[in-house]
Write a protein that binds this ligand. Structure first.
Ligand SMILES: [Zn+2]
Length: 419
């Protein structure tokens, strides 16, 4: 495979197993840090669903038990930096956006924060309530979100990918502070963490700061992790999900498996078709949502559990939606039958070229997205970063399109519930 500018990111593994990805940019105002812990709802079972998310809420939570000026999060944020955190199926993520001038101090405090769990019983009880409220609130959130959860449940059943990341009222209420502490010890180990640093910085200095942090001195335990089973989506599970007023259709296509490097790399380029707005009428919105469930590499095992690619069609009325859906599938079928037109192929190439050209001006978040692809999908994801589209021929790409978009697909339709 041809590669482009490999020096866009340096990837190294420190002696304690912590992986660091460093990207040097010319930005003089801020530095950006993302820390990914291989800990998410994927590893939970039905009884403890939501534990990774509750833990994430408690990181940096030192409540009223400590004086404000001693709290790590407060010390970081008072410099004008911003910390955000979230939990997904595959990992828990902490992000730091810091003024460049204060990067070293903030990075160290940020890593100390993630390494330690300093909450008291009181803090725990308060945060548990916050999460319970969050679960309650989801009932009122956007129809597309709830619709997506319902579709996951149908497609993945009792597999943890079918659970909501934030858990349920029952499971979250039954979690104790001891369980949280054990979960933190088990998952927040250097060998399960990837640190992405983007900024106008010097790599040696970044490493020096990392080594001074508390995260660096956390011992790697050889606690066995229960790996989630491989998933077999139920391709006949599609159907109508009642109770949503929005006009939405969600289509799930299979994706190349984690091990299939060639198909995987080609698949990345084929996806550009869905980014091309000229394909379908602009008056209709096509929201593409990509779900890759390849899994981060955990120790020597790869948590391969299955993958899918998700396209959501929206329209302002049911009638328009039906037309859009027909048009969408007619278009897919036509490509499967006749292959890519020269025009379409040129557009895919241009999208790729644009992406590569704009790369230099992209922010930390852009690098994060790309590197997350790389982490989750290993070499498969590196296509996104390094591989030159000219290295592949049109026929090979058509083969991949037919294989993954022409075959089985799960289709979920939303329907207004009749009163
Ligand atoms: Zn939350």
């Amino acid at each position: 495979m041809a590669t482009e500018e490999k020096n866009d990111g340096q990837i190294l593994t420190l002696e304690n197993g912590l992986r660091v990805i460093f990207v040097k940019t010319q930005d003089v105002a801020t530095a950006y840090v993302a820390l990914l812990v291989d800990c998410g709802s994927l590893y939970e079972d039905a009884r403890i669903s939501g534990i990774s998310h509750l833990l994430e809420h408690l990181i940096g939570e030192e409540g009223k038990t400590k004086e404000k000026r001693n709290r790590l999060l407060y010390r970081v944020e008072r410099t004008g930096a911003e910390v955000t955190q979230c939990t997904g199926h595959q990992f828990t993520e902490f992000q730091l956006d810091t003024p460049l001038k204060k990067w070293a101090l903030n990075l160290r405090l940020f890593l100390d924060m993630v390494a330690g769990l300093r909450c008291t019983e009181e803090d725990f009880a308060r945060e548990q309530k916050v999460v319970l409220n969050e679960i309650e609130d989801n009932g009122g959130s956007e129809a597309t979100y709830i619709f997506g959860l319902e579709a996951d449940k149908r497609a993945f059943g009792q597999h943890s990918l079918g659970f909501d990341v934030i858990g349920s009222k029952n499971t979250v209420s039954s979690i104790t502070i001891e369980m949280i502490k054990a979960w933190h010890k088990r998952f927040y180990q250097p060998q399960r963490i990837v640190l992405i640093v983007v900024g106008n910085l010097n790599l040696e200095r970044v490493i020096r700061v990392v080594k001074k942090s508390k995260l660096y001195s956390v011992a790697n335990r050889k606690t066995p992790i229960r790996l989630p089973p491989k998933i077999e989506p139920d391709w006949d599970a599609g159907g109508i999900i009642k109770g949503f007023d929005k006009n939405i259709v969600k289509i799930i296509f299979p994706m190349p498996s984690f091990e299939d490097e060639v198909d995987g790399a080609l698949f990345y380029f084929v996806q550009y078709i869905f980014d091309d707005k000229s394909t379908l009428s602009l008056s209709w919105e096509v929201e593409r949502k990509l779900g890759i469930y390849g899994g981060i590499e955990a120790e020597d095992n790869k948590t391969v559990c299955g993958c899918y690619y998700e396209v959501t069609l929206h329209a302002s009325s049911h009638k328009l939606l039906k037309r859009l859906e027909r048009k969408f599938f007619a278009w897919i079928d036509a490509i499967c039958e006749r292959g890519f037109s020269n025009d379409l192929f040129a557009r895919i190439r241009n999208r790729r070229k644009q992406d590569i050209n704009e790369r230099k001006s992209r922010e930390g978040y852009w690098w994060r997205d790309n590197h997350i692809d790389y982490i989750e999908n290993n070499r498969l994801g590196s296509a996104r970063l390094f591989v030159d589209i000219n290295a592949f021929d049109k026929r090979e790409m058509e083969r991949v399109f037919r294989k993954y978009f022409g075959g089985k697909r799960l289709i979920f339709r939303s329907l207004k519930r009749k009163r």
